[in-house]
Design a protein. Structure first.
Length: 423
């Protein structure tokens, strides 16, 4: 089966890469419109398979057509520069061409957003794709991908496979056909993917685990910072790669911040975690932190009944050596730590192998600029978390390589060729 999918993707690439950008644009925009016409059905599937609240499911769905439309526009803005010849004897120019067959392994937390992050730039660039939705949440993704042919995208350009990872990944990754391997998942999974795929030269674009720090300085608007941090932490029940995991608050405002965060947490609405195993793992982190001296401000328990629900949880008096501050928390738990003037708070923020996102709250412009320069993360947001399709998204250190979103993502799916003509 995998061999057949690879062969189909190879045939699809031969057609799509030679389709004019104007024709590709028309087909992609038809596809985006077709997805919009199936909006309610796809949102219902998202809610059914993830349990996420409707507003979150609407955002998840909306990012797929948004990505498709954005990347066809961004492709038109790419330059193909002429390079000056010092002797005036040659005309040199650079061509951007479709890279080849792209493989995308997707996470379960935002099924259609993740499809958009991979499918949007691939189709705009002229690549064919083989996407593997998570076996935890495949339904909306498979239904959305099945609509591509109805929009006029040729057979073999958009392909999907299902199954548990070990069943499908080895023959897929070991093949010489994929030119690009992309993934949204854990750091451990990303390392294994690179090892398995190292049978031939391939590009990799991997968005992996995070352990995002937050720095809240004394001059910050405490209530505003607490609300924004809490809302991002508990979005999608904390199952977000850029979720705040370590909230460092200056000691002079620590108590006020904890109370403001408690008030903000009382207003949040969360869905379930993805599985019983996931909930048990998050609860174990809370139990470990309490055993080591942390205190529960609110939450901390599983919600009885159907579904894998857990109370939104704030922890105070957390220290940097606790498991809850060292490991990625993929759930609704916010550890609140403190720092003082004698601490190097940037070093505290950087004290992790991960480097995906970071957040800073301050009114001091110089401090904000220094934090943006010195924090080791692919995205640093000052005074408000902000993510959008036109902004590059990706990690440093063990959080991955390459970019999703923005023109930098589109370039992952293109190759550069230099052409020189003797005059």
């Amino acid at each position: 089966q995998i061999e057949a999918v690879l062969a189909a993707a190879e045939r699809g690439f031969a057609i799509w890469s030679r389709t004019s950008p104007a024709e590709r644009r028309r087909a992609i925009l038809r596809y985006a419109d077709l997805l919009e016409s199936h909006r309610e059905r796809l949102i219902e599937l998202l809610i059914a398979e993830t349990g996420k609240p409707r507003d979150n499911a609407e955002y998840d769905f909306g990012m797929l057509p948004t990505c498709l439309r954005y990347f066809v526009e961004e492709f038109d803005r790419l330059d193909q520069p002429v390079i000056q010849d010092p002797d005036g004897q040659f005309l040199h120019y650079v061509q951007r061409q479709p890279l080849g067959v792209a493989v995308g392994m997707l996470a379960w937390n935002f099924p259609l957003l993740n499809v958009g992050y991979k499918l949007g730039p691939a189709l705009a660039a002229g690549c064919s794709v083989i996407l593997k939705p998570s076996h935890e949440t495949p339904l909306a993704s498979l239904e959305a991908l099945a609509l591509a042919g109805e929009a006029g995208i040729p057979p073999g350009v958009v392909n999907a496979i299902t199954g548990t990872d070990h069943e499908v990944l080895r023959p897929l990754l070991e093949s010489r056909i994929p030119a690009l391997v992309t993934m949204i998942g854990s750091t451990r999974g990303g390392i294994q993917v690179m090892k398995t795929a190292a049978t031939s030269v391939k590009r990799f674009s991997l968005e992996l685990g995070g352990n995002a720090p937050v720095l809240v300085y004394p001059d910050a608007d405490i209530e505003d910072a607490a609300r924004k941090i809490v809302n991002l932490k508990f979005a999608n029940c904390g199952q977000v790669c850029v979720s705040p995991n370590r909230c460092f608050v200056h000691a002079s405002i620590y108590e006020a911040f904890v109370e403001a965060a408690r008030a903000a947490a009382a207003d949040v609405v969360v869905g379930p975690l993805v599985s019983a195993k996931a909930r048990a793992s998050v609860l174990a982190l809370v139990e470990s932190a309490v055993a080591d001296g942390a205190a529960i401000v609110c939450g901390g328990r599983a919600v009885p009944g159907k579904g894998f629900f857990m109370e939104p949880t704030l922890l105070r008096d957390v220290s940097t050596d606790m498991r809850v501050a060292r490991e990625e928390i993929f759930g609704p738990v916010l550890p609140i730590l403190s720092f003082s003037d004698s601490d190097d708070e940037i070093a505290l923020a950087n004290d992790t192998d991960a480097g995906l996102a970071a957040y800073v709250f301050t009114k001091d412009l110089s401090r904000a600029l220094r934090a943006g320069r010195d924090i080791q993360a692919g995205s640093v947001c000052i005074n408000e978390p902000h993510y959008a399709v036109h902004l590059p998204h990706g990690g440093l250190k063990q959080s991955g390589m390459g970019k999703d979103c923005s023109r930098y993502s589109l370039e992952e799916y293109l190759t550069l060729k230099r052409v020189s003509i003797r005059l």
